[in-house]
Design a protein around this ligand. Structure first.
Ligand SMILES: [Zn+2]
Length: 217
C-alpha cells in the first residue's frame, strides 16, 4: 500500500518535471469542478467557489459576471480595504497584489498533470468531478502560472481572478483547506465578511484551517 503510494508519487513528480523545467510547485494547484448534465451540457467553476457556496450556503459572484479578470481582482482589493482585519488585512492585501502581478504570467497548455490528490471532498453534486485547472511554479528568477487551455478559456473572469488569488495565497499559506477558507471569505457577501473577521484573522495568524462551522452564517 505504502509502496504503491510512493511509486504513484514518483510518477507524478517525474511527469511534472517533464512538463515544466525548473522551479518548484507552489501550493496544490488550482482545481475546477466540471459538472455534466443529461442533455450533454457542462459547466465549469472553481472548486473554491463551489466549496464556499456549499459550506456557507449563499450565492457568490452573482453581481460580478461583467468584470474582466483584472477588474475582478481590483474589486476584491477595494472590498477588502473597507474591512478591519487587523494583521490579516496586510497579508490579504499582499496576496491580492501578487495575484494582480500573476495575471500577466499565465500560460495556456493543451494538457496539465494532476498535481496532487490531497483534495477529498465527498460533497460534490452528482455528475460533477474535480479537475486540475492550473499549476504555479516558482523558479529562482520568475513565477510561472500554467493553466489548462480548454478549461481556462471557458472560465469566467471572476473565477479566473479567484484562481489567481488562490495561487497567490499559497505563497503565504501552505494548508490547502485554509487557503480555500480564505477564498470563501473573500468572495462572500459583506455581511458575512463583517461577522467573520476574527475567524479569518485566526487563519492568517496560525496558517491553519479552522472547522467550517467556526464561521458564523
Ligand atoms: Zn490550494
Amino acid at each position: 500500500m505504502f509502496k504503491n503510494a510512493l511509486s504513484i508519487l514518483a510518477v507524478l513528480v517525474f511527469s511534472m518535471s517533464a512538463f515544466a523545467k525548473g522551479g518548484t510547485v507552489v501550493g496544490d494547484g488550482g482545481h475546477s469542478v466540471i459538472c455534466s448534465f443529461e442533455d450533454g451540457a457542462t459547466t465549469i467553476e472553481l472548486f473554491d467557489v463551489v466549496q464556499a457556496r456549499d459550506r456557507f450556503q449563499f450565492g457568490v459572484f452573482d453581481t460580478a459576471i461583467f468584470w474582466d479578470t483584472d477588474q475582478s481582482i481590483e474589486m476584491i482589493l477595494r472590498n477588502l480595504a473597507t474591512l478591519d482585519l487587523g494583521h490579516a488585512q496586510e497579508a490579504l492585501r499582499e496576496s491580492v497584489t501578487r495575484a494582480q502581478a500573476m495575471s500577466g504570467l499565465v500560460t495556456e497548455y493543451e494538457t496539465l498533470p494532476y498535481t496532487q490528490d490531497v483534495i477529498t471532498y465527498d460533497r460534490l453534486p452528482a455528475g460533477c468531478e474535480l479537475k486540475q485547472l492550473g499549476i504555479t511554479r516558482e523558479g529562482p528568477d520568475r513565477i510561472g502560472v500554467s493553466v489548462l487551455k480548454s478549461d481556462w478559456q471557458r472560465l469566467d473572469d471572476p473565477h479566473k481572478a479567484v484562481f489567481l488569488l488562490h495561487e497567490a495565497l499559497h505563497f503565504q499559506i501552505r494548508d490547502p483547506e485554509a487557503v480555500r477558507q480564505i477564498i470563501g471569505y473573500v468572495i462572500a457577501p459583506v455581511f458575512f465578511q463583517m461577522q467573520n473577521r476574527a475567524v479569518v484573522e485566526k487563519i492568517f495568524a496560525t496558517g491553519q484551517s479552522v472547522m467550517w462551522d467556526e464561521f458564523v452564517h
